[in-house]
Design a protein around this ligand. Sequence first.
Ligand code: SAJ
Length: 401
Amino acid sequence: MKACFMGLGYIGLPTAIIAAKHGLDVIGVDINSKVVEQTLSGHLHIVEPGLEGLLQEVLAEGHFTALSHPVECDAYFIVVPTPFKGDHQPDISYVKNATSMVLPLLKEGDLFVIESTSPVGTTELITDFIFQNRPELKDKIYIAYCPERVLPGNVIYELVNNDRVIGGINEESTTHAIDFYSHFVKGQLHRTNARTAELCKLTENSSRDVQIAFANELSLICEQANINVWDLIELANKHPRVNILQPGCGVGGHCIAVDPYFITAAYPKQAKIIAAAREINNYKAQWCAERVKNAMLEFELKNSRKPVVAMMGLAFKPNIDDMRESPSKRITTEVLQSKNNADILVVEPNIKEHNVFKLTPYIEAYERADIVVFLTAHNEFKELKWSDDKIILDFCGIFKK
Ligand code: SAJ
């Protein structure tokens, strides 16, 4: 069995490597020649613990290679980004382009799987596209949708152990796709159809977005009611059927802050809670930025000098270096733009340098600051001691005060 993975990003590269590690012959394709070169040299262009060693092993064993163009295989996997364009409309042009590249190589009996997060109906659309161009293959190839569910940082474990949902355009396609994934997935492989599998992926991330929005809404209510939101949630969660997530300064990353729009764009009349959750989570970042700016003004009025402000954390979630769609970064940018000559110290312990922000070590920033703003709950910050001399805006629950 020879498999071709189109796209060597955060999901395509680890999946290709894991498949090769389980004895399949795998070709990884990326249109970025630098990614191909770096991968062939045994080095990762993404951050994922433990993956580089596995890459070097599969290269040495001869089960994996990287190319800029696909070659003839038995199974093809589309693992390219699906960003949104303009007014939060999904952009499936990468999926279409990757499909165009494999189109001339498809032959009877092949398996074709889309893994990219996609709006409902994409697999049917791509199926039509394939058969319009290769009508002789109708009913002779197997087509399915199989989304990933892995958490960055724990990808090697989760790729193998998580359950997966697999939806073919017909029963035979589902069966063929399940046969393929059972080469390396120990979790259960659940059968469904392509449309359900597509919406299932969007549902999982929208569900988390809605739950985080609930926690963020509570934090706004508690601010008005003068109640500690962290205590409130801890107490409410003592109920056997309540499990509220944690508030923060918004929702970031390339999945949860993006995928719900694939539902709201297609079903605007029905997707009320999902749309409201996006609004609440986006608003929370704006609200945090306003709180910081107000605290700076109050400090200046009271002390007749500009404050020193520490912005603690840029990454979109704790203990990683990923800043995509990060609300912490957005808030920091807004505060910097309005800084009014105040001294703003930017902190991100998980990176050495940044091309826009001048970084300050976290202990130094904490000690020097009059106003400390906790944006991302990195472990390092939890070692700091509360100080009554400072104004502390704890948006992510470092001290839970
Ligand atoms: N967040 C909160 N409060 C919480 C939990 C998270 O504010 O209680 C925030 C984080 O700070 C972050 C954002 O939510 O800004 C997203 O972080 P996350 O850890 O919830 O999720 P991601 O984006 O790293 O990964 C998600 C996962 N999906 C679900 O948990 C349903 C992962 O399993 C998916 O594979 C991934 O999206 C993806 O690729 O779609």
